[in-house]
Design a protein around this ligand. Structure first.
Ligand code: ING
Length: 319
């Protein structure tokens, strides 16, 4: 039996460094209203939706850096978004920089929350895969210092029963790692929500950076298909403080097909009528994990962080 959810991805154009939380929340509310007007019950906002993507700079002043984080959620500035969610009866995913004080120390995470139709937070995720570097790299016009400004997340990859199905979350670079989807796939996830901020000049290798758009959809379509789940990816994009970032937000079906895609580099809502039960037939055939997976043969993957050295001539790497 189909189980439909009308889902939206709310892509955002650039957020300027000077834009206040109040100004950004106004944009988010406009996007939420448009999603609702198009029948959506759930809307996905981007990663770090409340601020400019500040890891592109080396920021050494602690007060300047702390101003990019949320110390409470909702706060006075973000509360109107929760109130609008409740008024309209629409849930949302929101990415933001989180600062918590635990045991007298400041802990910083790249975080997303899942909020239900009553404006109540039902789940929190903290980004596991932090790309880039902890220290500034020479010769880069824009840095990528997430490893400097965030800890790797301590939530793992949970899923939640809500919106009539099983939903999970991840953030940006997480979508490039098959483990992200598989951990949720093993929990029978039916829809993975994610936001991203993806600059076109991440690696500095023109041939690789030239494939940024292809690799974006490849990652989400593969993750969706190989785990029989919907994937909703919402970009913050356009030229943000001089850094050109990818748009092409998408809603991907468990078949791996793109059900909807954004066509601009600005604030844009895309929607799809997603049958959360669509993945079931994939899980009963091609991706019946219980019948087809062989974890006993995967232990190299489970045990290792980095790759094993390549084999010498005629040597077998792993028996
Ligand atoms: N951004 C980028 C992402 O994973 C990146 C980093 C860009 C990695 C391009 C590889 C290629 O989409 C974040 N914030 O993770």
């Amino acid at each position: 039996m189909p189980r439909f959810i009308h889902v939206a991805a709310a892509q955002m154009g650039p957020v300027a460094k000077a834009e206040t939380r109040t100004q950004v929340v106004r944009r988010l509310i406009e996007l939420m209203r448009e999603a609702k007007s198009r029948g959506a019950e759930l809307v996905v906002f981007p990663e770090m939706a409340l601020t400019t993507f500040f890891p592109r700079w080396l920021i050494e002043d602690q007060t300047e850096l702390d101003a990019y984080y949320e110390c409470e959620m909702p706060s006075h500035e973000t509360a109107p978004l929760f109130e609008e969610s409740r008024r309209l009866g629409i849930g949302f995913y929101l990415g933001y920089a989180e600062l918590v004080r635990e045991g007298g120390t400041k802990r910083r995470f790249n975080t997303s929350i899942l909020v239900d139709r009553n404006g109540v937070i039902v789940g929190k995720y903290r980004k596991v895969h932090l790309p880039g570097h902890a220290d500034p790299q020479p010769g880069r016009e824009h840095q990528h210092l997430e490893k400097r400004y965030f800890e790797s997340g301590d939530t793992g990859f949970p899923v939640w029963r809500c919106f009539g199905g099983v939903l999970g979350m991840c953030l940006c670079n997480d979508r490039r790692w098959p483990e992200t989807y598989r951990v949720m796939g093993l929990q029978a996830v039916e829809m993975v929500l994610l936001g991203y901020n993806t600059p076109f000049t991440h690696t500095g290798h023109a041939d690789i950076d030239g494939l940024t758009s292809f690799h974006n959809h490849l990652s989400m379509q593969a993750g969706a298909y190989q785990n029989a789940t919907w994937v909703v990816g919402a970009a913050k994009c356009g030229v943000e403080e001089g850094s050109s970032m990818l748009g092409q937000s998408v809603i991907v079906a468990p078949s791996g097909e793109i059900a909807a895609m954004a066509l601009t580099l600005g604030d844009e809502v895309i929607t799809a009528r997603a049958d959360l039960a669509m993945g079931q037939r994939y899980r009963e055939t091609i991706f019946d994990f219980a019948r087809h997976r062989e974890p006993g043969s995967y232990r190299l993957i489970i045990d290792r962080k980095g790759a094993v050295p390549p084999p010498e001539k005629d040597e077998t790497v792993f028996e």
